[in-house]
Structures are given as C-alpha cells and as structure tokens.
Design a protein around this ligand. Structure first.
Ligand SMILES: [Zn+2]
Length: 99
C-alpha cells in the first residue's frame, strides 16, 4: 500500500468524537453571549458590573474550549495544524483522514 494512502480516518473520527462536547459548549457559549446578554440586561436588570462579570464568564468559557478546537484541526498522523477547512487528506503529510 502506498504510504500516501495511509488511512487515519478512524483515528480522526475518534478525535472529532472527543471534541463534540466542547463543540457544543462553544455553540452554547455563543448563544449565551448573543441571546443571553439582552436577557441579562432587560429581564434580570443587571448593572454594568453584572454585565462585565457575565461577559468575562462567557469569554473564559470560550477560552477553555480553544485548545480543544485547535486539537481537532490537527492531523492524527503528523500532528500538524491542517487549517480551518479539513479535507479528505491531511494537507501536510497526505494521509487520509476522512472516508
Ligand atoms: Zn498529517
């Protein structure tokens, strides 16, 4: 078998599976910032200090997820960053990462 056709799609699928809960957390965090902020302001009548604490909390939550997000964009074979659009093959070493 040609080295370039090496199949890492199973490993990559596991990698994506591990990331899923963090992906959901990132999504929820964005909802909290976009939809939750007017709620905090108008419904719960938070003052500016409350709003800042709320935003800092959301930012910290997002920051915690960033390493996991970067990790899911790394190749399971060479460990290099594959860029934002992950294709069928690793753009760095050429192994197959998707079926
Ligand atoms: Zn690679």
């Amino acid at each position: 078998m040609d080295y370039k056709e090496k199949d890492f799609s199973n490993q990559y699928r596991e990698q994506v599976k591990k990331f899923k809960p963090w992906g959901i957390l990132i999504f929820v965090d964005f909802i909290l910032i976009i939809a939750g902020l007017p709620f905090a302001y108008f419904v719960f009548n938070l003052n500016s200090t409350g709003i800042i604490i709320y935003l800092v909390f959301c930012a910290l939550l997002l920051l915690v997820c960033v390493p996991f997000f970067i990790n899911v964009l790394k190749c399971p074979n060479c460990g290099k960053f594959m860029g934002r659009d992950v294709g069928k093959y690793c753009s760095q070493c050429g192994v197959r990462i998707r079926e």
